[in-house]
Design a protein around this ligand. Structure first.
Ligand code: ZN
Length: 665
């Protein structure tokens, strides 16, 4: 098996570093900068990310550039054996830029233009902004593209939000014109005869907003798709000069896993590597932290699945996260568990926000490698050093190693938008991500690796594909599901699937629309239960809680495996299996708890004979397959010692501890 290539140039092991803002300490650089580099090496760091919000220091006046300080920083990193993750500075713009060219500032959905300040406060359509970004990026690329410290480009920061300015509205209309070709096609796709919303001129169309139209779901979906495409286009605009000067240096932009404003599956197509910022809110309570570990594992897998290859953890807090309502300290050992968890799920880096706490600004109390005290004799530093010096060197062989999975879970951003916007059985929180995490939990507890994909991904090679709440069926997905099941795959979906097409128009002829044949059912009605109301599913001699959403289905070719226990639909099917070709498709008609999902998926996993490494009680088991075999990451997020059983042996894993187990192939 080949040795996998590291993601960043010049680093042979796991990337270990963080966001570093030396420009905040320019005045004190003779002392502070030297200490930063000394302490970085002491901690076992091998990289630092620089320049993320440095525009005003790099170009203090329009067209006047000051690179001396960054030259010194880059040279210092290189002399000390540290790799630079160098950012483009577009995430926050200098005051002079906003003052001279107000069009670069973002316009909110209420129609008001923002004042200068904050971050992510710029218009992606402004040609002025694009021109200024191109100039500064070109300067950076020319100056540092061949610098020996440079290992990776960090494009902007956490792309997010949307702009409603006239420039963006105009580009949106062009996007719609290109997509639909005619107003007639657009009106049909958006069902605009409703409430007399028929458009007779593209100029009449405005982005959805509370001051205008907010309930034409086709419009809302297209606006979100457009916002993603604008971001993709802006990213490509940003990397143009970098790729021209330094084609060998990979580019990424840091994502935020819970963020739903962009279709990350689309954005990931243009990234060389996915990276993301992870800030789990550990509580210190065993039960809550088990759930947080599960959710964090889910987000890691979501990021891995975007390119089906290792990703970078670009930011994490080594202790308190100051923008949380309660910035609880990481308990001893938690920093190491959180960092190992990222690697276990496919990360090839552990990066912190931040290297040194600033004296001012809104993140001055956010966790850091170096605290305000200025030296390294702190509890937090001790954990970072232990991780960097004692644990990471054991993991060099993991770099680039994939995280193989035979189970796929379908998390589709566009479907998520559609569910969020629909006015149906539930208003407000409809629980798409919560439901996906509930299904994911059944595999997490069993130590069965899961790959998270979207509806556009290939289903080939998976033994099981789980796609709960597939409300919107994007073009081609139902056909791929059918071919997958006929070819021997197992497919599981749930209530609220197969309701609408790409533009949120309901399928006619009965739900689940194009999935009716493969599932062998007709979903006639969807019942929403009030909080506290319950029904139950009877299956395999047991009764399981059903709540919130119960769908009334008919088996039409499928076998009814389970049925409702109560209400006027007692006795009707609640769990079905359809045999089609060599495979089977299952339908879970109601929202259930973890007890049902655990039992149901365990029975499926048993049939499929997939390898499982059950943990339970906060014990997570993940696998990375490398050139010599595989590494099992056994991590105990609980406050009690657990026994991990492997090949007849019992391996004790202490509370908030871990075991790294090598298995030869
Ligand atoms: Zn704009």
């Amino acid at each position: 098996m080949k040795r996998f290539e590291p993601i960043a140039k010049g680093v042979s092991g796991i990337l270990h570093g963080g966001d570093y803002n030396p420009e905040q300490w320019l005045k004190w650089k003779d002392g502070i900068w030297k200490e930063d580099l000394r302490i970085a090496k002491e901690a076992g760091l091998n990289s630092l990310s620089v320049g993320i919000f440095s525009w005003a220091m790099l170009e203090p006046e329009e067209g006047r550039f000051c690179f001396d300080w960054l030259d010194e920083v880059m040279d210092g990193l290189h002399k000390n054996g540290l790799t630079a993750v160098l950012a483009t500075p577009s995430g926050a713009r200098p005051a002079w830029l906003a003052q001279k060219y107000p069009e670069v500032l973002r316009v909110r959905a209420d129609g008001h233009r923002n004042a200068f300040g904050g971050r992510h406060n710029h218009c992606l359509s402004s040609q002025v902004y694009r021109a200024k970004v191109k100039i500064i990026n070109t300067e950076l690329a020319r100056r540092y593209g061949k610098h020996p410290a440079l290992g990776l480009w960090h494009i902007s920061n956490e792309y997010s939000g949307e702009c409603h300015c006239p420039l963006c509205q105009a580009v949106f209309r062009e996007y719609l014109r290109a997509k639909y070709g005619s107003l007639e096609a657009l009106n049909e796709a958006w069902w605009s005869a409703f409430w007399s919303h028929r458009y007779t001129d593209f100029a009449q169309i405005e982005a959805p907003s509370p001051r205008g139209e907010n309930d034409t779901h086709g419009l809302t979906l297209d606006w979100k798709r457009f916002t993603t495409e604008q971001t993709v286009d802006f990213y490509l605009h940003e990397i143009g000069p970098l790729k021209a000067c330094a084609p060998q240096i990979p580019c990424t932009t840091n994502l935020m896993a819970g963020y739903t404003g962009l279709d990350y599956a689309r954005l990931a197509e243009v990234l060389d590597v996915v990276s993301w910022d992870n800030y789990p809110q550990w509580t210190g309570s065993s039960e809550k932290d088990e759930q947080i570990a599960l959710e964090t594992g889910y987000f890691h897998d979501l990021m891995y699945g975007l390119k089906k290859k290792p990703f970078l953890l670009m930011e994490s807090s080594p202790s308190a996260t100051n923008w949380r309502p309660v910035a609880k300290l990481h308990r001893p050992g938690v920093h190491i568990l959180q960092s190992l968890q990222a690697i276990a799920h496919g990360a090839d880096s552990v990066q912190y926000f931040q290297m040194r706490k600033g004296r001012g600004g809104s993140e001055k109390f956010h966790g850091a490698v170096i605290d305000h005290v200025g030296h390294e004799n702190t509890r937090v530093f001790g954990e970072i050093k232990k991780f960097g010096r004692e644990i990471l060197p054991q993991l060099d062989h993991i770099v680039g190693a994939p995280k193989p999975a035979k189970v796929a879970l379908v998390h589709d951003y566009v479907n998520g938008w559609a569910i969020e916007g629909m006015r149906g059985a539930l208003q407000g929180e409809t629980g798409y991500t919560k439901t996906l995490m509930a299904h994911y939990g059944a595999f997490w507890r069993q130590g069965v690796p899961v790959e998270i994909i979207d509806q556009g991904a290939s289903l080939e090679g998976y033994a099981l594909v789980v796609a709960p709440m597939s409300y919107m069926l994007r073009e081609g997905f139902a056909d791929r599901v059918k071919a997958y099941v006929e070819g021997g795959g197992r497919f599981v979906t749930s209530y609220f699937s197969g309701y609408v097409n790409d533009t949120d128009l309901c399928f006619l002829g009965g739900f689940p629309g194009p999935l009716k044949e493969v599932l062998g059912i007709w979903a006639e009605e969807l019942d929403a239960l009030y909080p506290g109301d319950e029904n139950a599913i009877c299956w395999n001699g047991k009764q399981y809680r059903a709540f919130e959403l119960c769908e009334l289905i008919h088996a039409q070719g499928a076998e009814a495996l389970g049925s409702y226990a109560g209400d006027f639909y007692a006795g009707r099917p609640a769990l079905t299996a359809m045999t089609l070709g060599k495979g089977k498709a299952y339908y879970i008609a109601a929202r259930t708890g973890a007890d049902f999902l655990d039992d149901f998926y365990q029975s499926l996993l048993g049939e499929l004979k997939l390898p499982a490494y059950p943990g339970g009680g906060g014990l997570s088991v993940q696998i990375r397959a490398h050139e010599k075999g595989e590494t099992l990451f056994v991590i105990n997020f609980g406050a009690q010692e657990r026994l991990f059983k492997l090949d007849g042996e019992e391996i004790p894993v202490e509370a908030h501890g871990f075991a790294l187990i090598e298995r030869k192939s």
